[in-house]
Ligand binder design. Structure first.
Ligand code: ADP
Ligand code: MG
Length: 399
């Protein structure tokens, strides 16, 4: 095992600065290593320390996370206003790379779960959407693609009220124009261009963002694909239409999913794909129980309706919604659908940028009257920012 063996009061030390981190709890494990809640006596506060396995591949990947976050924090968000986690320090301890982050609380998946998968109020969905867009605007300016945006990687800060959220986990992030990997993004949040093997940009994070916004409202993932084929089938059913022909023509994996008949691309039949016939995901037992104990049976279907518009419009009202609020709720739901349509848009070229999305009435709270037409964005002259990270850190230098 290449994990450092931790116990309560184990001390991690940055040998260069002599900063000590006293382990008090384990917050999470993963393939990369573990995350520990640590006490820092000098500042009388906790920090989260990600302790990477002592294997070269993980070490290199973690350095990418350090450099991306360093650039975002220092150059693009020096005043900590854009809802991106702060990196506090990094160092090597007993051959393990350790990264100290500000201490945050539960993630948005846990919040949805605590709410028995019933979804959050539109006020909260709006507030979180606005905050995530702040982060996405800065990331696009920096030319950084997160590549793994999902509710698990959005954490609630426990320090402030009203609640603030922060984006974490830049361990899969990459620079726009230097996209190396093709197998990225967690499946439910995977964009059509990544799925189909087409060159990708920061727009893939906007797709994931759309999926997250829908899930915050619905309490359940919008496209819970059991396989990539199942995922694509759900997208086509729920959104209507399919990826544009030029994308299908140029993407590497189109033939995995589509038949090319004459000039028409048609999604293959279920039979060609291991008999995955249900367009509706089978819930995990735990999710099913949590949901069924609180909700009326809905048969085998995940939602009662197929089309995005119908799913949102007919979603049960929250129990505590006052009668006089219903017409306002309905109008906000229309705004939500219009918002989602600009995000879960098959064509990455037409999908809204974070700045365009941030002016949508669903986000600004302006009354929603007609479909939103974003202003064209003046093309940005790309600035390549380089960050030098010490590849053999003795100690970080900015705690
Ligand atoms: P992975 O690559 O395994 O997804 P993450 O960076 O997402 O790594 O961290 C794994 C888990 O550790 C998170 O899901 C979260 O529960 C916990 N965690 C990570 N960073 C923090 C933090 N700053 N504060 C509190 N918990 C954190
Ligand atoms: Mg993560």
């Amino acid at each position: 095992n290449s994990d450092l063996i931790l116990h309560v009061n184990f001390v991690l030390v940055n040998m260069e600065s002599k900063q000590r981190y006293i382990v008090k709890d384990i917050l999470g494990h993963g393939t990369f290593g573990q995350v520990a809640k640590c006490w820092v006596s000098e500042t009388n506060s906790y920090v989260a320390v990600k302790i990477i396995k002592n294997e070269p591949a993980y070490y290199q990947q973690a350095l990418v996370e350090v450099s991306m976050l360093h650039m975002l924090n220092q150059k693009f968000d020096p005043d900590d206003k854009h809802h991106i986690v702060r990196i506090l320090d990094y160092f090597v301890y007993q051959r393990h790379l350790c990264i100290a982050f500000e201490m945050l609380g539960s993630n948005l998946y846990e919040l949805i779960k605590m709410n028995n998968y019933k979804g959050l109020s539109l006020n909260i969905v709006q507030m979180f959407s606005k905050q995530i867009l702040h982060a996405l605007i800065v990331m696009k300016d920096a030319g950084i693609i997160h590549c793994d945006l999902k509710p698990e990687n959005i954490l609630i800060s426990t320090r402030v009220k009203p609640p603030e959220i922060k984006i974490i986990d830049f361990g899969s992030a990459c620079m726009e124009g230097r996209t190396i990997y093709s197998y990225i993004q967690s499946r439910y949040y995977r964009s059509p261009e990544v799925l189909l093997g087409y060159p990708y940009t920061t727009a893939i994070d906007m797709w994931s963002f759309g999926c997250i916004v829908a899930e915050l409202f619905l309490g359940l993932p919008l496209f819970p694909g059991a396989s990539e084929y199942d995922l694509l089938k759900r997208m086509i059913e729920i959104l209507g239409g399919q990826p544009p022909d030029d994308l299908l023509r140029d993407a590497k994996n189109t033939s995995k999913f589509f038949k090319h008949i004459g000039s028409i691309y048609r999604l293959e039949d279920d039979e060609a794909h291991n008999g995955v016939t249900s367009a509706y995901r089978v819930l995990t037992e735990e999710e099913y129980e949590a949901r069924e104990s609180k909700r009326p049976k809905m048969g085998k279907r995940y939602f009662n309706f197929v089309k995005l518009e119908d799913i949102i419009a007919n979603y049960p009202y929250r129990k505590n919604l006052p009668e006089e609020e219903i017409s306002k709720e309905n109008l906000t739901r229309l705004a939500l659908v219009d918002f989602l349509r600009g995000l879960v848009e098959f064509d990455p070229g037409k999908r809204w940028s974070p700045l365009q999305a941030s002016h949508h009435p669903f986000v600004t709270g302006e009354p929603f009257t007609c479909p939103y037409k974003p202003l064209l964005e003046t093309p940005r002259i790309p600035v390549i920012h380089t960050v030098t990270v010490d590849h053999n850190p003795g100690g970080g230098h900015w705690l």
